[in-house]
Ligand binder design. Structure first.
Ligand code: NOJ
Length: 924
């Protein structure tokens, strides 16, 4: 399988990418890194200490500019906002713009668009710079604003960690009137040499651009923004999803050896049969980059939803990145922190954290394009039970509708959707239907008619409703910039309106890049018009998120804000995490796609969207038995777990394979269900701090350089290390277990011995899933096997304790009703377990977000279950004399089994999770 690359642009086929890359090349060729045409006018600098706000005028002069189309002098406004978190936001725009108002996406993308400014700021000025030192006493950040050439640098502990325009690539195309003489004459073209060609390229496709058969009219001319961001001292940078490249980003200007030749592209696209290890754009875009070295992390965010290209260049010590956006605002944030977690939490405070999902959403989902009819759905459901395979949700793809008219049912196949959902609900399960954003042009289709009558569709460049081609044929797309449009979509989810929908029906939104089969690069023309005459080019990368948001709000509204929505989206942007989950799109039943699912989900996760997964088995084609098993074994340790396949792929429910496969898939699924209490606690943590549930190794071991490029093993939370088997026919595997910790085999609870460097090699059979528990951790589990997460709701818990070198451990446990927002009013249980001095202590977890912890005990009784088992590994078990539970001064002696010299299992302490301040004492 292979993408048709020629259907998608390369940088040299994109006008602004060519212009910006040529500008950077000119700087390099002419050695003018220090001759940037932008300079800050010193006496224009104004500092508002209360708001942490620095403003200044910046002048661009033509005489030393590399771009000879620029007028003599242009003025700009610069804003720098120093934030309490140690971050810096920077905005830059034309001082006057009579041509077009640049689109400000920040109000849509950021949850907190006005983060708290720093209150403590010291300033110092010299001839060519101003220095601002801010943040609290213990942790100081310094910003240096250099006037000529204009430069911004962020300094931590005396070292520059991020720089803007250190390399002189800053090139902001201010709006300008088209001038007939702008084009270079033919004679000039004749005497092309390398430099002239670059100069020419800096003028390319300014006023219109044609790709294949589509012409983009660009009525506002060139307006792109290019600049360099340097990370001195950092060899590894991560993020800027969505791509199929390794976790640690690859260089992009290497002319073939070791690296890419193309910049990473961010432009939400429906790419049929996407290729691996490529900087090509696919469905989602998050212009967030993380840089990390052993004693420092840094982050960078470009709040801009237009098409973007990013070059990454590395030297032995530093990383230089070159950001190029087609239009929109210059609005960037620099983040600094000691560790990746520090940077992510600061970023997530601004971009917004994911809400706590419903409990069922964290379990296993079964999908296919398509489950054909009611009988098919009921039979699949019944077979899961017959084979004792747990699952929570059954999904219906586009064929369930009446001719791809979303919000309707094909009544010949699904004559009674309400009864069908009732049958599914009776088993404690849920259903999901797909609702795509393209709306069939059909005056007899009420959804189309309503939207058309209210003029809610995106317009074409002639300002008439845009008509393109997608699954239903001729279609239109709702314009979510129009306030009435979101309201209208929200109302479509009303149970009265969406006939055949019930309370257990949730939503999958697909094709929301948006995918337009007849459009340039299978998407919407850039000169289409949104509400307020905003061009589609300015909005493109957030379109899918706006649809996600309105769908989320539709679900909230249909149950009066009483039920947590579950919405899966394919396209995404900064902030999409606030509205639900995403998946990695149309992958292939191929070992390399299984491998790629790890860096892909980790990279999306560290960019904010941690509720993410890949289609199990691969969407296209047919996985053989081995790949199918290995995929389940990997995916159950990723945040979103769904089996899905293409309409032309063979049916592949587990019972269609042999007995061994069914058994191993069942075992893998139970690994997920056993750990749901741990996962749910991690989802809670993510909703409070933004830290992803699954993490690159370097998140947990930020000082261990060996881990900076590792993307074939990962951490689930802080405590489980997963090293999936990713090779066909693999008979042994080598795992790196950071030597700073003690490690346990998650299944046997035995301490594992690595070699001195930390490597462990183990044989692998088809049933092997290499998972290790970190010494010092306590993991909550539920070990009774049932048909769905709901049927486990009243099951008791097991605590799995693995002691560290000091014989200590700690962990958290969170639970609530799994459905409502009652947790916001204290309806939850959040516990901290600490094991030290041979005592296991349980206390209330004081969550950092100051949630009101006034419990409503009546409600809690319904969700409080007992602990039925405590397993302690790494303990001196031989000489234990007795074990006792102490609650409110009452002592009860407990039964226990010594499993081996260092494992003891305490039997049924029968203490409820809602109890606090109890302890279990081990007596010698
Ligand atoms: C494309 C999606 O990526 C895929 O998951 C889905 O099955 C098809 N569209 C049909 O809806």
């Amino acid at each position: 399988m292979c993408v048709k690359s020629e259907e998608f642009k390369r940088c040299d086929q994109s006008g602004f990418c060519t212009r910006q890359r040529a500008y950077a090349d000119l700087v390099e060729k002419t050695n003018t890194q220090n001759a940037s045409p932008y300079k800050v006018i010193p006496n224009s600098i104004d500092f508002n200490k209360k708001e942490g706000l620095i403003t200044a005028k910046v002048l661009k002069t033509a005489n030393n500019t590399l771009d000879n189309a620029t007028p003599l002098e242009v003025y700009f406004k610069l804003q720098l906002i120093l934030l309490k978190s140690g971050s810096v936001r920077m905005k830059f725009e034309e001082a006057e713009d009579n041509i077009k108002t640049r689109f400000d996406v920040s109000t849509y993308a950021l949850e907190n668009n006005n983060p708290e400014p720093s209150k403590k700021i010291d300033t110092k000025n010299d001839q060519n710079s101003s220095t601002f030192t801010f943040n609290d006493e213990n942790d100081k950040t310094t910003l240096i604003l250099t006037y000529n050439p204009f430069k911004v640098e962020i300094v931590k502990d005396g070292q520059v960690v991020i720089g803007f325009n250190q390399n002189g690539y800053f090139n902001y195309e201010e709006h300008q009137q088209q001038n007939e003489n702008d084009n270079i004459s033919e004679e000039e073209k004749q005497r092309q040499n390398e430099i002239n060609e670059l100069i020419e390229n800096t003028q390319k496709d300014m006023w219109s651009e044609t790709f294949r058969s589509s012409t983009d009219t660009k009525p506002y001319g060139p307006e792109s923004i290019g600049f360099d961001i340097t990370f001195p001292g950092f060899k590894n940078v991560y993020g800027i999803p969505q791509h199929t490249s390794p976790l640690s980003l690859t260089t992009t200007r290497n002319n073939g050896d070791n690296g890419y030749n193309e910049p990473y592209r961010l432009y939400n696209l429906d790419v049929f049969e996407y290729i691996l290890d490529s900087p090509m754009a696919i469905y989602g875009s998050i212009p967030f980059m993380l840089a990390h070295k052993n004693d420092q992390s840094a982050g960078f965010l470009f709040i801009n939803a237009s098409e973007m290209w990013i070059d990454v260049e590395k030297s032995n010590t530093d990383t230089l990145t070159h950001w190029m956006a087609e239009s929109g605002k210059f609005d960037i944030i620099f983040f600094v922190g000691k560790t990746p977690k520090d940077v992510i939490t600061t970023y997530m405070d601004i971009a917004g954290k994911p809400p706590l999902p419903q409990y069922f959403a964290t379990a296993y989902h079964q999908c296919r394009w398509n489950y054909n009819d009611e009988a098919d759905v009921l039979s699949v459901d019944q077979k899961f039970d017959e084979y004792n395979l747990p699952y929570d949700v059954i999904w219906l793809d586009i064929e369930h509708t009446d001719g791809k008219r979303y919000f309707t049912w094909d009544l010949t196949k699904f004559p009674d959707p309400v009864a069908l959902q009732k049958a599914i609900a009776d088993k404690g399960r849920k259903m999901v239907t797909i609702i795509d954003p393209h709306i069939k042009v059909d005056n007899n289709y009420y959804v189309y008619k309503e939207a058309k009558d209210q003029d809610l569709f995106v317009h074409n460049n002639q300002d008439k409703p845009f008509d393109g081609w997608c699954w239903p044929g001729s279609s239109s797309w709702v314009d979510f910039l129009k306030p009435e449009a979101s309201k209208w979509l929200i109302s479509q989810y009303d149970f009265e309106k969406y006939k055949g929908s019930t309370e257990i029906l949730y939503t999958w939104i697909d094709m929301n890049e948006p995918s337009v089969f007849s459009g340039p690069e299978t998407t919407m023309p850039k000169d289409n018009l949104h509400y307020g005459k905003v061009e589609h080019r300015d909005v493109h990368n957030i379109y899918g998120e706006l649809y996600h948001k309105a769908t989320y709000e539709g679900h909230l509204a249909r149950r009066n804000n009483e039920d947590r929505p579950f919405i899966l989206s394919r396209a995404f942007f900064i902030g999409s995490q606030r509205y639900g989950a995403i998946w990695t799109g149309d992958n292939d039943a191929d070992w390399n796609h299984l491998k790629a699912s790890i860096p892909m989900t980790l990279s999306i996760g560290l960019s904010g969207l941690s509720f993410c997964g890949a289609d199990i088995g691969g969407f296209f084609n047919n996985p053989d038995k081995e790949l199918y098993i290995r995929w389940y074994q990997t995916a159950v340790f990723q945040p979103f777990v769904r089996g899905h396949s293409h309409i032309d792929a063979k049916r592949r429910e587990p019972w269609l394979y042999d007995d061994e496969t069914i058994n191993l898939v069942r075992d893998a699924l139970y690994e997920r269900y056993n750990l749901l209490p741990y996962w749910y606690t991690l989802f809670k943590e993510a909703s409070v701090s933004g830290i992803p549930m699954t993490r690159p190794m370097f998140f947990e071991f930020p000082e261990n350089e060996k881990l900076f490029e590792v993307d074939n093993q990962f951490m689930v939370g802080s405590d489980l290390l997963v090293k999936p088997v990713l090779e066909q026919g693999q008979t042994e595997i080598s795992v790196y277990l950071p030597p700073s910790e003690k490690w346990y085999d998650y299944k046997t609870h035995k301490v594992v011995q690595t070699n001195e460097e930390g490597y462990l090699t183990i044989p692998t059979s088809l049933s092997t899933i290499p998972v290790y528990q970190r010494g010092g951790s306590i993991i909550p589990q539920r070990l009774r096997h049932r048909r769905s997460s709901k049927s486990m709701k009243h099951d008791p818990y097991t605590l799995l304790i693995a002691l560290d070198e000091k014989n200590e451990a700690k962990g958290q446990f969170y639970v609530d009703d799994g459905e409502s927002f009652g947790y916001k009013n204290g309806l939850f249980i959040y516990r901290t377990f600490i094991f030290a001095n041979n005592i296991l202590n349980c206390s209330k977890y004081r969550s950092p977000d100051n949630i009101n912890e006034s419990h409503n005990e009546d409600e809690l009784l319904m969700i409080s279950e007992r602990i039925e088992r405590v397993i302690i590994a790494g303990i001196d078990s031989k000489s234990i004399k007795s074990i006792q539970l102490v609650t409110n001064g009452v002592v009860k002696s407990l039964q226990f089994n010594v499993e081996s010299d260092d494992i003891v299992i305490i039997k049924d302490p029968a203490i409820e999770m809602k109890e606090v301040d109890w302890k279990i004492e081990i007596l010698y």
